[in-house]
Design a protein around this ligand. Structure first.
Ligand code: GLA
Length: 416
């Protein structure tokens, strides 16, 4: 078999939908009702984030400039582009919405957000949910007002507006940690955990189901304790940037973290840069493939007003999304690495296996390669479906003569 991966125009070709993907919502429903909630001690009773959260966030593209109008437009385009129907639900305002506190300590949005409640109503009216951002510190990363000393007041405010998601970003709280516990790492970590738990309790007290996203850049083995402080997702690394080096560095840094994720609590390698910067088609697909194998939250971070058919096709590829959103909720991991070539795989609820063969290198790769099917939990003779080409490859052999372009990925769904 000779497979060529990375044809530039492949994703815009129209192909009939594979029957499996057409049946997927039904299979998912059947699985859920047959098995009940997936077993995990950390699935919280409200049942939020049973699969990795999906949506859009303002930071990667708009940064500090984001306005009410940008958020409304993002919501509109999530509907018109089909992203909402593909599962993208949360529209998240990141940093730079905050204004000043009044004499009662009540925080007001700044002039770019004249009426948060009206904005939330608008977003909800589009069948979407609204997210917001704050910090346990006095200041956020972009030096806006944080929640320090006003945790319950802020949580109540979010609930009164109708907020559905909070990203809580350590930033300014590092100053408190350094001042109160200089040179005492253990105490600093304790302070941080307590600060996250404080907001967790404040959110619970509002009575509103609000998804809780921790952002502290993956320090201090956050994956080991984040579920205990109520996190539905937690960043596992530094900020992502819109270039392949950043995407590859973050993705490869996720090896070994799979056991910490599951329904209700997810490792978050950061928001998507798909469609941003100078990422090529192959790089965008590799980014998406890895995030799907990693059961990562899918928060698009691109300028939706410039959405091209290629980027829409990548973000809404149903076969890729079915891997990311698989109801078993088991994150994938790396099963093979040899220089720039890596294989990552993920077990799926119906017994299928997702397998990504990635070329992180600068050059095209051409040679015989073992797919390591047994290590992936599959076997020679299983049927392969090529996710990005949108076609069945028939029974697969373990050894393929492989042409894999630089920075490209062969993403397969393997079934018995
Ligand atoms: C940090 C976070 C980013 C973003 C900015 C906002 O850098 O990691 O994701 O939220 O703060 O200031």
């Amino acid at each position: 078999m000779n497979i060529l991966v990375g044809e530039p125009d492949a994703c815009v070709r129209k192909r009939p939908m594979h029957t499996f993907w057409r049946a997927l919502p039904l299979l998912t429903a059947l699985f859920s009702s047959a098995a009940g909630a997936p077993a995990s001690s950390a699935v919280k009773p409200e049942g939020l984030a049973a699969t990795p959260p999906m949506g859009w966030n303002s930071w990667n593209w708009f940064g500090r400039k984001v306005t009410d109008a940008d958020i409304r437009q993002a919501a509109d385009i999530m509907v018109s582009s089909g992203m909402r129907d593909a599962g993208y639900t949360y529209v998240n305002i990141d940093d730079a919405w905050e204004g000043q506190r009044d004499a009662q300590g009540v925080l007001h949005a700044n002039e770019k957000f004249p009426d948060m409640k009206a904005l939330a109503d608008y977003v909800h009216g589009q069948g979407l949910k609204l997210g917001i951002y704050s910090s346990p510190g006095a200041l956020t990363c972009a030096k806006f007002e944080g929640s320090y000393g006003h945790e319950q007041q802020d949580a109540d405010l979010y609930a009164s507006w109708g907020i559905d998601f909070l990203k809580y970003d350590l930033c300014g709280f590092r100053t408190n940690m350094a001042q109160e516990a200089p040179n005492d790492k253990a105490k600093q970590v304790k302070m941080m955990r307590e600060a996250y738990e404080k907001m967790h309790q404040a959110l619970l007290k509002t009575g509103r189901p609000i998804l809780y996203s921790l952002c502290q850049y993956g320090h201090d083995s956050v994956w080991q304790w984040a579920p205990e402080v109520g996190a539905h997702l937690w960043r596992t690394g530094d900020d992502i940037n819109a270039n392949f080096k950043s995407v590859a560095l973050i993705a490869r840094g996720q090896a070994g973290l799979a056991k910490y994720a599951g329904p209700g609590h997810w490792n978050d390698p950061d928001m998507l840069e798909v469609g941003n910067g100078d990422l090529t088609l192959d790089e965008n697909r590799t980014h998406m493939s890895l995030w799907a194998i990693l059961a990562a939250p899918l928060l698009a971070g691109n300028n939706l007003t410039k959405l091209t058919p290629e980027i829409t096709a990548i973000l809404t590829n149903r076969a890729m999304l079915a891997i990311d959103q698989d109801p078993l909720g088991r994150q994938g991991d790396r099963i093979f690495a040899e220089g720039p070539i890596e294989i990552w795989s993920r077990p799926l609820a119906n017994g299928d296996v997702a397998l990504a063969l990635v070329n992180f290198g600068q050059d095209s790769f051409l040679r015989d390669i073992s797919l390591h099917l047994h290590e992936a939990g599959a076997a020679p003779g299983w049927k392969a479906y090529d996710v990005w080409e949108g076609k069945s490859l028939g029974p697969i052999k373990d050894h393929l003569e492989m042409m894999l372009k630089r920075h490209s990925t062969l993403l397969l769904r393997l079934s018995r």
